[in-house]
Design a protein around this ligand. Structure first.
Ligand SMILES: [Fe+2]
Length: 365
């Protein structure tokens, strides 16, 4: 029997089911370390690997696996989602309210440094939904209209994060929470190292961080252009995601709250916004076209306790759907990869390498 995928037609996200019940996170980690080249080649071809049935659903297992597999841990300084450090290099995937969907995105693509690899580990799946949708950003790039890609490629993006000193909420963390320090000087230094330009306002206590980033990248290994940004996450039309996930009332509430922002003096406003790199607005129509491409290229799966998902963060985007019940998905950010190169505009998408060329050796002790 050939390899299985979350999406068999697109051969996106290879599924490796452990057939040895004695295989632990230690032996799986050691296998990944020994077969690093094979592992990276599999990621080049399939964007990610779901290891199923090999690990106990134990919160410490992810850290042990990552260390044995030889990943270099990254931190989450400058990151936007509320997240708890569980132990060492292991974080909760997000602490955002289960009411809100997180659109698929490349982790930390608004910063000058971002992880090359992402690990997600399921300790407890939600009672209902709480999926981690995944999108192939090479296919998203190819699917988007040339005119739209051209505009994003030429102009790039400007993200603005306005962070309060005291009031974290669903829309924004505090600057201390985002940058991991209570020292303003240190926070500004950390921000600059992450490619964020800080501006402090003493009267409002708001730290504004601005990041100018390309909207696309050429994948450094496969040379395939990928959509690599979070324009749709921070765009004012976020409520459209709520409507898409069957939450029209909440979408209406969010639109009302956003509309009232205009009555708040600008220096006191907090939250995240995005424009093109030259400051011009990204239209709702452009973002709608983008969202439709992302939704069309998204696959989902049901988490099982002990599932370990390894993603190439440059190729495979991830998100989170709303859910009910308790959900505990942990994450590990591996091997920082600074990248600045924007992909050129192409007339047509290049073909992916043939999946038959990928070796998938058996997992052994
Ligand atoms: Fe994320």
């Amino acid at each position: 029997m050939g390899p299985r995928f979350l999406d068999d037609e697109r051969k996106f996200i290879l599924v490796r089911e452990g057939d040895d019940r004695h295989l632990s996170e230690r032996s799986l980690g050691a296998w990944c370390s020994r077969h690093r080249n094979d592992l990276v080649q599999m990621l080049d071809h399939h964007g990610g690997i779901l290891f199923r049935g090999s690990m106990a659903a134990d919160a410490d297992a992810l850290g042990r696996f990552a260390a044995d597999a030889g990943f270099t841990p990254g931190d989450y300084l400058g990151g936007s989602t509320p997240r708890t450090q569980v132990r060492g290099d292991v974080y909760t995937s997000t602490d955002l309210s289960p009411l809100f969907p997180i659109p698929v995105h490349n982790e930390m693509s608004y910063l000058a440094r971002y992880p090359r690899f992402l690990l997600f580990f399921c300790v407890q799946p939600a009672r209902r939904a709480g999926w981690t949708p995944l999108a192939d950003m090479g296919r998203v790039y190819a699917r988007l209209l040339a005119a739209l890609r051209d505009r994003f490629d030429r102009l790039g993006l400007c993200y603005t994060f306005r962070l309060s000193s005291r009031h974290p909420n669903a829309a924004a963390k505090t600057w201390q929470g985002s940058l991991g320090t209570v020292s303003l000087d240190e926070a500004c230094e950390i921000a600059r190292r992450r490619g964020l330009e800080p501006v402090w306002d003493d009267r409002s206590g708001v730290l504004t961080l601005t990041s100018r980033r390309p909207a696309t990248l050429r994948h450094p290994r496969t040379q395939v252009p990928v959509w690599f940004n979070q324009a749709h996450v921070y765009h004012e039309s976020y409520a459209d995601e709520l409507a898409h996930h069957g939450r029209p009332v909440l979408a209406w509430v969010v639109r009302q709250v956003n509309a009232r922002q205009q009555y708040v003096p600008s220096r006191f406003r907090t939250g995240y916004t995005v424009t093109f790199g030259d400051g011009s607005p990204i239209s709702r129509e452009e973002i709608r076209t983008l969202r439709e491409a992302l939704w069309a290229e998204t696959v989902t799966f049901d988490w099982q306790p002990g599932d370990l998902l390894l993603l190439d963060n440059l190729r495979a985007a991830h998100g989170r759907t709303p859910f009910s019940g308790k959900r505990r998905i942990l994450t590990y950010l591996g091997d920082d990869w600074p990248g600045t190169e924007a992909a050129p505009v192409l007339d047509q998408a290049p073909a992916w390498p043939r999946s038959e060329e990928v070796r998938t050796p058996d997992i052994a002790h």
